[in-house]
Structure formats: C-alpha cells, structure tokens
Design a protein around this ligand. Structure first.
Ligand code: UDP
Ligand code: MG
Length: 351
C-alpha cells in the first residue's frame, strides 16, 4: 500500500509508534554466549554512540536469551546501559535461532531492526555501513553475505549450492545464495516481516520474499569470540529441509519429474521386451530384472512418501497454531536508569 509508506514518514500515528525519528533496534539471539557477551556489548555500545553522534539515531539492543544453560541471562542482566536502552528477553526454553529472532523482532520498538549474532562473527563495525545504505540510499533490506566460501570443505559448498538451486527453482523472488542472518530492515520492511503469519520461519527466505529495495553487502565473517558453533551436520540438514519445505515446492516437483522419468523408462523397457519376444522369439531372462525393477520402484516411492510427509508435517504444525516461543522474563533497562547505578531494572514475568 502506497499510503502506508508515506504514513510511516509523516503521520501522527507513525510518530506515536516511534517511527518518525526512526531508531534502530539491534536484535541479538543468545544461546550459551555468556563468555562472549561483555566483549560484544562493549562493541555494540561503541556503535550506538557513533550512530547517536553521527546521525542522531536512537538505538536499543534486544538480547534474546534462547534458553541458555551457561548463565547467559545473568551476564546479560549485568550489562551496563550506558546511554542505550537494553531489553533482555528470556525464553522459557531453547526454541532455536529462528524463534529467538522472531521474539526479538516482536519486541523491537524503534522501527528499523538489525539482526546480529551474539558470537562476535557479525562485526559490529559493519553496522554503520549498513545504516548508511538504509538512511542515505533508501534501501529497505540491507543483507550481508559471506564474501567467499573458499575456506569451507567442498562437500559443504556443494550442499549449499544444491540447496539454493532447489529453493530458487521457479521462484519469482530468488533467495540470494550465501546471505546470512546479519541484516538490517527499514521500518517498513520490518513491519512487513512482522505481518507474515507463518510459524515455520526461515528468516533468510522471508526477508527476501517481502521485496522492497534490497542490497547485498559482502563481508568476511570473523571467528567466533569464544565457544563453538551450535550447528552440526544434522541441524544444518534440518534447517535446510525446513527452509526448502517452507519456501518451495521444488521437492514435490522433483518427485513428479522422477515419476515421469521412471514411467518413461518402464515403457521403453516394456516395448523392448515385446519386440524381443515376438520378433526375435527370445525368452527374456526375468528374475533379476524384476527384482531390480521392484527395488527401484519401492525405494522411489518411499522417498516420495517421505517428501510428502515433510509437507504434511508442516501443515500440521501450522494448523496447530502454537506460539513460536514463550517469554519467561522480560527486562528493560533504559538509558536514563543507567545514571542511577544499582537501580533494579524494570522486570516483568511472562507476558
Ligand atoms: N542461537 C540461538 N539459539 C540456538 C542456536 C543458536 O539463539 O538454538 C544463536 C547463537 O547464540 C548465535 C547465533 O544464534 O548468536 C548463531 O549461532 P552459531 O554461531 O552457533 O551459528 P553459526 O554462526 O555457526 O551459523
Ligand atoms: Mg556463529
């Protein structure tokens, strides 16, 4: 709606929602990142200060503790506000990164939203560059992508390539390969993202699907400050299946194509057998070919049932309509309260 876009800029309603002097909410999902947090927070504070002096841009950080087991929440509660609003949202258990991102998006209050990992791999120093694309050039979705994957094993690169080829097959809006979750959304793009109703979220895909003016920024991901990635081969495969099935029907199409191919092959084979029997009078050796045929057909059918099952599971979880996450505790430390050291921050139990 065009009217919406202009109202974001000027109307009183927009102003009351805090979108006019649009600020930036930085959403950081945290899962067992207690050791990284202080260093990361110091760097975020620096960026926030620069944005305030350079662009008069208000900033808040929304830390989402995704059911960590290592005292991340306690560490987050101790962080100094220092001129910056801090929200700390503690989920009732580990719901996964996509759910944590959604929780952050739901609680962001300042219009524009920036997603950043809590492990230091997304360099806060890049934030100013992303903000410049938004404020100076008017881009709505500024996403970052790994500059190159040369350091990764070829099997992984191959997997990634196949994944994006499948997910983008016949898609109107292509999901850019290699795009990460380090991404800035303008107020209207963030509002659009909030409107999407699905529970199975794949943020990379959704952020590209909403459209608006998008731009890619290449960067070199830093090493984790501390600890290990929480993804392993299985969870990556899980995320890929999740992304594929919530975004594209390519696997179903593949299934139909494969069915067609097999049927065509069977037809040709059948014709060949007829010719051999009636024209040349040869007896066809039966047993091995029958068994191989049965096994191929059986295997292919099982795979196809599995693929359909994935989609049916997705439908089931959408119609159950469960909330994506539960908030156990929500804490807000405002910039002003920072002066009065030792003030207990506003803290509320489950919402
Ligand atoms: N994360 C999360 N919940 C999870 C797993 C991860 O909130 O169940 C967060 C994690 O704390 C980090 C980000 O998601 O801030 C990315 O995780 P990680 O570094 O393990 O992934 P990678 O960088 O390898 O993609
Ligand atoms: Mg990481």
């Amino acid at each position: 709606m065009a009217a919406d876009a202009t109202s974001l800029l000027g109307s009183a309603a927009a102003r009351s929602r805090g979108w006019v002097d649009a600020g930036l909410s930085i959403v950081v999902p945290l899962f067992n990142e207690a050791t990284n947090l202080t260093a990361l927070h110091a760097r975020i504070l620096e960026v926030a200060r620069a944005l305030k002096t350079g662009r008069a841009l208000a900033t808040e950080v929304v830390y989402v503790d995704d059911g960590s087991r290592d005292g991340t929440l306690a560490a987050a509660l101790k962080l100094p506000a220092d001129g910056l609003d801090i929200q700390i949202i503690s989920l009732s258990r580990n719901f996964g990164k996509e759910a944590a991102l959604l929780a952050g998006l739901d609680h962001a209050r300042l219009g524009a939203v920036l997603f950043m990992d809590g492990d230091g791999q997304h360099p806060p120093a890049l934030v100013e560059k992303l903000v410049a694309y938004w404020l100076d050039d008017g881009y709505d979705v500024v996403y970052t992508a790994k500059a190159h994957r040369a350091s990764e094993p070829w099997l992984r690169r191959f997997g990634v390539k196949t994944f994006y080829a499948l997910i983008n097959w016949g898609a109107r809006q292509r999901i850019p390969a290699d795009a990460g979750d380090f991404r800035l959304l303008s107020p209207r793009a963030a509002a659009a993202l909030k409107q999407l109703p699905e529970r199975n979220r794949f943020f990379k895909g959704l952020a590209s699907w909403i459209g608006f003016r998008q731009i890619r920024v290449d960067y070199e991901p830093a090493e984790r400050i501390h600890g290990r990635t929480s993804w392993n081969l299985y969870s990556l495969i899980g995320l890929s299946i999740e992304g594929l099935t919530s975004f594209s029907v390519a696997p179903l199409r593949l299934a139909s194509l494969l069915g067609l191919l097999l049927a065509a092959a069977a037809f040709i084979f059948g014709v060949q057998i007829l010719i051999e029997t009636f024209v040349f009078g040869e007896s066809v050796p039966g047993y091995p070919s029958v068994v191989v045929g049965l096994m191929v057909l059986g295997g292919v059918q099982l795979i196809m049932i599995g693929i359909m099952g994935e989609y049916i599971g997705k439908i089931l979880s959408e119609i159950k309509a469960r909330p994506v996450y539960f908030v156990a505790e929500h804490t807000l430390k405002t910039a002003e309260s920072a002066g009065a050291a030792g003030d207990p921050p506003a803290r509320s139990a489950a919402e």
